[in-house]
Design a binder for this molecule. Structure first.
Ligand SMILES: Cc1cc2nc3c(=O)[nH]c(=O)nc-3n(C[C@H](O)[C@H](O)[C@H](O)COP(=O)(O)OP(=O)(O)OC[C@H]3O[C@@H](n4cnc5c(N)ncnc54)[C@H](O)[C@@H]3O)c2cc1C
Length: 334
């Protein structure tokens, strides 16, 4: 069976592996210690919380097939607010808000397990080399591994670009990795600072989350993680507060503790509850390339040479379902 190397163990990489299950041997290279990417779930003191994507809105047979009795559909609605901070009933966005008792990261992880892909975590890909036989070697973890018949890049545009900047090709192809790298490098993303703020008291509201609709507030999104079954112990609460892109860029150098204080202050003002300014504990995750802020680009230039791109730089949508479909589609093409 021929072999395919997939760079990135997020939803897109899991989609590629799913489509190739039984057809090709798939090796997934993931830089971090665990797969998941921006579907990122953390655990602390009995709490489970999603610090990247909050939920998947697209129901499908594939999603249903992953249910082991732990699939959750968050029932409370998403309300909205503008620059004045007044939270109002929303526009009924996202009828379904799917996640799992152990967090949204279960989605790509279960897909990867079911697809029997080999996942090499803690292994950063730094470059690629196309050999004279038309096969690919992957430069990863300080060594070289291969050969692979094809390579799929799934990281955000600039991260995929940095791999292509260290890619060499043989004379049998006219594919120019440097040109594709330049397109991917210039693809724009919004940054988001995401805070988990934990409290030792419950917090009731008629909504699960509130989203800023006019981009005129320091907070972009605020969610009550306790609305997800199994995420927050009884009698406690945990807020996920995602700061607006401008705030996130402005506070890039602000130390974590001070940034969390500021975020908690914004949460207290927004929810009109002074107790929220002083969380029991807080955690910050800064996503530099959080959501695409550009039209998707054509990244097919390498396909004749066996180099595919299934990044959100190609579909231009910062959504789980878009990355999953993008990965499945590239897998089908392969
Ligand atoms: C704060 C935040 C909130 C969001 N909220 C939602 C939401 O509620 N609903 C929704 O649908 N979407 C949401 N999204 C968007 C959603 O998370 C993404 O669209 C989706 O997870 C992207 O998946 P991906 O596989 O394309 O990319 P990624 O998840 O970024 O996966 C790429 C993987 O590649 C790895 N990688 C990078 N470079 C290398 C390298 N050199 N070598 C090896 N591995 C490498 C990374 O570690 C990562 O695991 C949110 C995103 C963020 C950041």
């Amino acid at each position: 069976m021929s072999r395919v190397a997939v760079v990135g163990g997020g939803v897109a990489g899991a989609g590629v592996a799913t489509a190739l299950d039984g057809e090709r041997e798939v090796v997934v290279f993931e830089r971090e210690g665990e797969p998941g990417g921006r579907t990122a779930t953390r655990r602390r003191a009995g709490h489970v919380y999603d610090v990247g994507a909050n939920y998947h809105k697209g129901g499908s047979e594939l999603l249903d097939s992953l249910d082991e009795g732990d699939l959750i559909d968050v029932e409370e609605p998403v309300w909205t607010f503008e620059g004045d901070g007044e939270i109002k009933p929303g526009d009924d966005r996202d009828d379904h808000k799917w996640t799992f008792e152990d967090g949204i990261t279960i989605l790509p992880r279960r897909l990867l397990e079911r697809a029997s892909a080999t996942v090499r975590t803690g292994t950063e890909v730094t470059g690629l080399e196309r050999t004279g036989e038309g096969e690919w070697d992957v430069l990863a973890g300080g060594g070289r591994t291969g050969p692979y018949d094809a390579v799929v890049l799934t990281p955000p545009g600039p991260a995929s670009a940095s791999i292509l900047e260290h890619t060499s090709v043989d004379s049998g192809t006219d594919f120019d990795p440097a040109a594709l790298a330049a397109d991917l490098e210039s693809f724009a993303y919004r940054s988001i600072d995401s805070f988990a703020l934990a409290y030792s008291f419950p917090l009731d509201r008629p909504y699960y989350a509130a989203v800023n609709t006019d981009r005129a507030h320091a907070v972009g999104w605020l969610a009550r993680e306790g609305e997800k079954r199994g995420h927050v112990p009884d009698g406690r609460s945990l807020l996920i507060v995602q700061m607006a892109p401008d705030w996130s860029v402005e506070h890039r150098e602000t130390p974590d503790g001070r940034a969390a204080e500021l975020a908690a202050g914004h949460a207290a003002a927004l929810l009109d509850d002074d107790r929220l300014a002083d969380p029991k504990w807080a955690e910050r995750v800064s996503w530099r390339h959080a959501l695409p802020d550009d039209e998707g680009i054509d990244a097919n230039a390498g396909e004749a040479a066996g180099l595919y791109v299934a990044s959100d730089a190609t579909h231009g949508e910062g959504r789980i379902h878009a990355s999953l479909e993008g990965g499945l589609e590239i897998g089908d093409r392969l």
